[in-house]
Design a protein around this ligand. Structure first.
Ligand code: TRP
Length: 333
């Protein structure tokens, strides 16, 4: 707890393009949470390098993610917004936590196994250590809650295990965080294969709508979305996965309930429906894209945000790190 607010921590990697699924599941959600919680949000570039990155792109994606967050409504005055590599305490605590984590535990992580299969030529120690760095991120800030996608559940469980292990060996040091698994975003599926989650690395880019897509691209992608042959706009994920996915998207982007959306398209064809979904999404994205572009042109402002963010993040993180060093017997000056 910080004051009377619970501490919330989350982070995202500055890789690739974010999809509208990421927008709903992560970014928009964070914006809503920043009033209620004491929020700390990071751009996890240290996690990003566990798979090979192009340096120029990594640098560019970092600023563009920062600008996107701010454009979406994350207010650097209300929360701590920073770049992971700007706060050395992350690497420092990760090193200590490594000695409280077992090799077997890391080898069993599903994401490590998946990524090892995908990047068989580069199964580096960082990839294996990824969950420990993530534990360091979270524990440094004494986070009470961590909203993440369901794919991060195992990483959160291991964070809790490591925290409990350390607390039991020494004395209470870390807050044991609760995972909050975001539901709405997880519900957004691929437009061409609605049995799959919409992903930033889908085989066919036409199945994913990116926050950076221009209006024509968005509308074209929705026009091509897979539906069914009933010609009836009804929410039924079992039997009508394509239409139900479009209804979820329309509901989120128009702010109407799914029932209201069904009523709106009663007796209308899929052509009208798909066009309306595309327009609703494009209408919502346009001001975000414009604001992101404006911010990206103001590098001095963005650097200032990162500088302030790094300072307040480091102040908090160093408090925890110093406690840890004291407990494990590191002589301090
Ligand atoms: N691993 C997370 C992801 O890829 C990103 C991340 C890094 C994170 N550190 C974190 C999320 C700490 C929550 C808390 O989505």
């Amino acid at each position: 707890m910080q004051g009377d607010k619970k501490i919330l921590y989350s982070a995202a990697q500055p890789t690739n393009n974010l999809t509208i699924g990421n927008y709903i599941g992560a970014v928009k959600n964070w914006v809503d949470l920043q009033e209620e919680y004491d929020c700390v949000f990071a751009i996890a570039n240290m996690h990003a390098i566990t798979v090979r990155q192009n340096p120029a792109e990594l640098r560019k994606n970092t600023l563009s993610l920062l600008a996107l967050y701010i454009a979406c409504g994350i207010d650097p005055k209300k929360c701590v917004l920073y770049l992971q590599s700007h706060v050395p305490a992350h690497a420092e605590l990760a090193w200590v936590l490594n000695t409280f984590t077992y090799v077997g535990e890391m080898e069993r992580m599903t994401q490590f196994k998946d990524k090892s299969a995908k990047h068989a030529d580069n199964i580096n120690m960082g990839l294996m250590d990824y969950p420990v760095l993530m534990a360091a991120d979270i524990l440094l800030y004494q986070a009470d809650v961590v909203p993440v996608g369901v794919d991060q559940r195992q990483h959160l469980e291991i964070t809790r295990d490591i925290a409990i292990r350390f607390n039991n060996l020494y004395s209470p040091t870390f807050t044991v965080p609760e995972g909050v698994y975001v539901k709405v975003g997880a519900k957004i599926n691929d437009l061409l294969d609605p049995s799959k989650k919409m992903s930033k690395s889908a085989e066919n880019v036409n199945g994913s709508v990116f926050i950076s897509d221009d209006r024509d691209t968005v509308i074209r992608k929705f026009k091509r979305a897979v539906t069914d042959s009933d010609a009836c706009v009804k929410y039924d994920p079992q039997n009508k996965p394509g239409v139900s996915n479009l209804l979820s998207i329309y509901s989120v982007f128009s702010g109407k309930t799914v029932e209201e959306c069904e009523r709106e398209f009663e007796g209308k064809g899929y052509g009208d429906f798909k066009l309306a979904v595309g327009e609703a999404v494009a209408d919502k994205l346009a001001p975000i894209q414009a604001e992101q572009a404006r911010l990206l042109a103001d590098k001095a402002y963005l650097d200032g945000v990162l500088k302030d963010g790094a300072e307040s993040a480091a102040r908090r993180a160093n408090r925890t790190l110093s406690k840890v060093y004291k407990k494990i017997g590191f002589y301090q000056l």
